[in-house]
Design a protein around this ligand. Structure first.
Ligand code: Q46
Ligand code: ZN
Ligand code: ZN
Length: 316
């Protein structure tokens, strides 16, 4: 197979685009499409201060790499969730990436900052008898917002790719989560002075496409999955979507694009605007008096102090 641009040997075949590229032209394709996403969705400009959520995985490092090399003002945020050796190894990848590029990396340790030096996500979920991903997702969203606000970043960029978006969409449709569907978008404008605009510049790239980019660029990333990902519903949805994509290339993209163009505008207009108050404990925005993050951690700490698990709380 030959590169579409230069006829040299192709390294990456993109069936859904009916194209194949050599390493140099694949890099060009990847960067151009990323820039097109940023501009067409008005995600940010070179004047914005962008906080990139960095997990040490291929997607977030690919995103940060392109943004750094194309001259955007960025800093990375690594959240140490305290998930056994996985957190240690993924942090090492994020730190090495930032050091090699002289980039600013902010590290927040959940155990130190919120878990009284004892509780990371693993202990939190055990105390609450919840699956780790639910408490983890809430914690990551909270920490990202809090750091962006405290340190003056007006845009929060995450490495969610097309596979992530399609799997989330599938889960939200299967369970008719209308509220989540209304908020599923590659761009969410800020709705409160404490909340940064949220963007997902990689939302049109498949996992395989970001993997091809990091391999070509020689970016060292954490290959292993979080140990809690096994059996997670998102993985089951990804497998189902991959099976469909094999038979019918382009389905994932059509699913997400069709939702964003046709369905989301209808759902969005039926969503009522909510009033946000300051959480009485931490001051972050919430629909109630105390935010779901403070409630969750308080209950986990109380349960831990008593030495027994507690009844789960409902997250926002
Ligand atoms: S880090 Fe956290 Fe993921 Fe691990 S516990 Fe679940 S949500 S799987 S992206
Ligand atoms: Zn080429
Ligand atoms: Zn709070």
């Amino acid at each position: 197979m030959r590169c579409l641009k230069c006829q040299e040997r192709a390294w990456v075949e993109l069936k859904r685009h009916h194209a194949a590229y050599c390493p140099d032209h694949y890099t060009e394709f990847f960067e151009r499409q990323l820039e097109r996403n940023i501009k067409s969705k008005k995600m940010f400009t070179p004047q914005d201060n962008i906080l990139v959520a960095v997990s040490g995985g291929k997607d977030s490092l690919a995103l940060w790499d392109v943004l750094l090399r194309t001259g955007y003002q960025t800093a990375g945020l690594y959240i140490d969730l305290g998930i056994s050796d996985y957190s240690t190894r993924s942090k090492e990848k994020a730190v090495a990436f930032a050091e090699a590029r002289g980039a600013r990396l902010i590290i927040k340790d959940v155990r130190e900052e919120y878990g009284e030096g004892l509780m990371g996500i693993s202990e939190l979920s055990k105390s609450l008898r919840r699956v780790p991903c639910s408490g983890c997702g809430l914690t990551k969203r909270y920490v990202l917002n809090q750091v962006a606000h405290e340190l003056g970043f007006n845009v929060l960029a995450t490495g969610h790719n097309l596979d992530d978006e399609a799997a989330t969409l599938m889960g939200n449709v299967l369970h008719w989560q209308i509220g989540y569907l209304a908020r599923q978008s590659p761009v969410l404008e800020s709705t409160h002075e404490h909340l940064a605009k949220k963007v997902k510049p990689l939302y049109t790239f498949t996992e395989r496409e970001t993997l091809s980019y990091v391999l070509i660029k020689g970016i060292d990333y954490i290959e292993e999955e979080c140990p809690n990902a096994h059996g997670a519903q998102s993985i089951i949805y990804k497998e189902a979507l991959n099976a469909i994509e094999r038979e019918s290339p382009g389905t994932k993209q059509a699913f997400v694009d069709g939702f964003l163009k046709s369905a989301r505008p209808l759902i969005q207009s039926s969503e009522e605007a909510v009033t946000l108050n300051a959480c009485k404990q931490c001051g972050e925005p919430t629909t109630g008096e105390t935010c779901a993050f403070c409630k969750m951690w308080d209950r986990a700490k109380a349960a831990r102090a008593k030495g027994k698990p507690v009844v789960p709380v409902v997250s926002e």
